[in-house]
Design a binder for this molecule. Structure first.
Ligand SMILES: Nc1ncnc2c1ncn2[C@@H]1O[C@H](COP(=O)(O)OP(=O)(O)OP(=O)(O)O)[C@@H](O)[C@H]1O
Ligand SMILES: [Mg+2]
Length: 249
């Protein structure tokens, strides 16, 4: 479970001054449900997820992840989450398999149990073909699969994915969205960010639309449609973030 209460993050930027990247967001993500943060570039998605993953300290509000406060109990939170973002680094010299095993050991796993877990992930995420390939020689999509495996090798209760399908082809995206569904079926709490409306609609039980650091709407896709009186995904989104639909030519 994830509970964010008035969570905020301000950055002091030398050129821009005070940047309110996340400005008092509150939401709850429940086990066995997929929660989507939908927003345009710069909306505050990554900043929000990085606070939940304890990689950034909130400047206001609080968040509880799996029952622990992200600011005061970051180690406890880290043991219970799997976080994956586009900046998740892989060690170039390790093979895909070694990389996943290495992170399993960091989480205290070893022996047959670790091997079995790594085999399962390699199967579920379609890594077999390149499991023996060095990470620095993998393609973007292959790296993404390994990053996900690495993030969830310890079977975390809470899964936090920042734009998990960014830059991936249709087949790889499907592997990853299938995997996210499996996490839900296993009862995990899943939150992910995206700027792709169709993906969010397909995957999420609940959607929070983020704009300028705030949640401007929250609900199922059908609820968001009802709220805006529009059906086309793009029009729903544009209406919620207050952008005009017509582009002057
Ligand atoms: N370290 C930082 N210092 C100053 N400003 C920052 C910092 N990190 C993020 N920001 C600003 O905070 C705002 C939110 O950024 P964030 O990365 O959370 O957006 P995002 O929704 O993930 O966007 P994208 O879809 O492009 O990934 C942006 O205006 C960004 O420039
Ligand atoms: Mg981002």
């Amino acid at each position: 479970m994830i509970e964010a209460h008035e969570l905020s993050k301000e950055f002091r930027d030398r050129k821009r001054g005070l940047v309110r990247a996340v400005d008092g967001v509150s939401f709850t993500c429940r086990p066995g449900r997929i929660f989507g943060l939908l927003g345009a570039n710069g909306a505050g998605k990554t900043t929000t997820l990085r606070m939940l993953a304890t990689l950034l300290t909130p400047t206001g509000g609080r968040a509880l992840v799996a029952g622990h406060d992200v600011a005061s109990e970051p180690e406890k939170v880290r043991a219970k989450i799997g976080f994956m973002s586009n900046s998740t680094a892989l060690y170039g010299r390790l093979t895909a398999r070694e990389m996943i095993e290495y992170f399993g050991r960091l989480h205290g796993m070893d022996g047959a149990a670790l091997r079995a877990r790594v085999d399962t992930l390699i199967g579920e995420l379609g890594i077999s073909e390149f499991a023996r390939g060095r990470c620095d020689r993998l393609s973007t999509g292959q790296k993404q699969r390994v990053s996900i495996a690495r993030a969830i090798v310890h079977q975390p209760e809470v899964v936090i994915f920042d734009e998990p399908t960014n830059g991936l082809d249709v087949m790889t995206s499907r592997t990853i969205t299938g995997f996210i569904h499996r996490c839900r079926a296993e009862g995990r709490t899943v939150i992910f960010s995206s700027h792709i409306m169709s993906e969010v609609e397909r995957l999420c039980d609940e959607i929070a639309v983020v704009h300028d650091g705030r949640i401007v709407a929250h609900g199922t896709m059908d609820e968001l449609r009802a709220k805006t009186g529009r059906t086309q995904l793009e029009s729903v989104f544009l209406a919620l973030v207050g952008e005009p639909e017509e582009v002057a030519s």
